[in-house]
Each structure stands twice: as C-alpha cells, then as structure tokens.
Design a protein around this ligand. Structure first.
Ligand code: ZN
Length: 248
C-alpha cells in the first residue's frame, strides 16, 4: 500500500515507478513517517492549474505550461516530454510524486537519502518533496532494489502500433451496436477517460467507471462539438473524439 493524502491520484504512474514506491514505503525507516501529497494529473487538469496561475486567479500557484516541450527531440523536432512531470506524458504515464512528512519521526534530508536508494531523486532545486524515478534521458539507478534481488524491467515498453490500431477498430465496431453509457465499468471506459483528458476535458482518476460525473463530461464534449447532448457515447460522439476536427 502506498500512503497518500486524500484525493491524491496515482492511477497514471508508470508501473516501474509504482514498484519503486511500494518498496520505498515498505522500508521500516519510511513506513508511517512519509506519505504522498501530490501524484499525477491529466493534461486537462494541468491546463486548468496553468490557466488559473496565468490569469492570477486566487488560490493558484506556479504551474508548468502543459504544452511546454522539453528533453530530447523527436523526429518532428519537438521535445519528447511535455508540461510537468506530474502530468500524463505522450506514453500515457506520469513520472513525479511529492512527499510529505507525517509528524517528526524523520528529517527531510533522511527521506531524500533513502528515496535515492530506491531510485527516486529530488530533481527540482528548492523542492525537497518533488521526486522522480527518471530524468529526461534515463531512469535513475535503484541500488536498494538491486540489492534485494528485485528485477526491474529495464527496457522501455515498445508501442505495438498495429495492435493499438486493431484495438481501436474493434472498439469502433463495438460502439456501433453497443454504445458506452452510464453504469458501464470496463477498459473501454478507461480509453474514453484518457481520450477526453487528451482533448481537454478532465475525467479525474482513470478508473474505467462510467458514473454520473462521466456522463456530465460526455455531455460537455457533445455540447462543445454541437452533437446531440445525451451523455451516451455512440458512433457519432466516438467518431468526433478520434477525428481530425479540433475541439474548439
Ligand atoms: Zn512535484
């Protein structure tokens, strides 16, 4: 179990990062003394924070521009990383969490030293709490895991584009006869949540549950795109989400 403050979302963290966090929080020096105070965000949520900050709205702190590109350049000339490391990257994962102390049982510098053993470094100057398992070019070493004989997957997952296209085609065909609607719990709801997030409508935790909140988000998408506003994802709404038409 990874301890967090209320409402902290870890659903988009890279699985290798999650493994490191589990091992870290299982360490008796850390257990009960540290918790996560900030986890991952969708693109839409980051944009919400950034817009609030930019427009100097009350209660908004410094937030990275979600469209800022950094790191090594891809073939199209832009950096392969975007916005904040807390934010969902192009590979669908987030790579940062913030730690907080629970009481006085441990010092900040001790947390930093132990976190490093598990391959998590404070990468932002002046922010002891901000931890990443990697920098833009490589993952940090995790000597504690190596020592415990934990085998980490070293290779990055390779995108199987053919399989993804096939999966999308299957979903598109399915939706023709079986639209996505309220009360559904499934992987295709997760796809829907991620897609809406990428289009600027934050669906919160990627949990695969289509509740009233999701219905509201789908209605919002339909309103913006001048579709029939019924909160049901049928072929028209689904097609609009994946077409070339911009959102606004
Ligand atoms: Zn942070």
């Amino acid at each position: 179990m990874i301890p967090t403050k209320k409402n902290v979302d870890l659903s988009l963290l890279h699985p290798r990062f999650v493994k490191r966090l589990e091992a870290f929080f299982g360490d008796p020096r850390i257990s009960g003394r540290v918790r996560i105070t900030s986890g991952c965000r969708t693109y839409a949520k980051q944009k919400y924070f950034y817009d609030g900050y930019k427009n100097r709205k009350a209660g908004f702190n410094l937030a990275a521009n979600p469209d800022r590109r950094h790191g090594p350049k891809a073939l199209n000339g832009v950096g392969i990383w975007r916005g904040s490391w807390h934010m969902e990257q192009d590979d669908g994962f987030c790579y940062a969490v913030d730690f907080g102390l629970c009481g006085n049982g441990i010092k900040k510098w001790e947390v930093n030293n132990i976190a490093k053993e598990y391959g998590m470094h404070p990468t932002v100057k002046g922010e002891w709490w901000h931890h990443q398992p990697r920098k833009s070019t490589e993952w940090f070493d995790a000597p504690a895991l190596a020592h415990a004989g934990v085998k980490e997957e070293v290779k990055e997952p390779v995108m199987d584009w053919a399989a993804l296209l096939r999966y999308h085609a299957v979903l598109t065909a399915e939706i023709r006869t079986n639209p996505i609607r309220r009360k559904e719990r499934s992987d295709r709801v997760k796809v829907l949540q991620r897609r809406l997030g990428a289009l600027g409508i934050d669906c919160g935790k990627i949990d695969g549950i289509f509740g009233w909140g999701m219905k509201h988000k789908v209605r919002k998408f339909q309103r913006i795109n001048r579709l029939t506003v019924d909160g049901i994802v049928g072929p028209g709404t689904w097609g609009e989400m994946w077409g070339d038409e911009p959102l606004s």
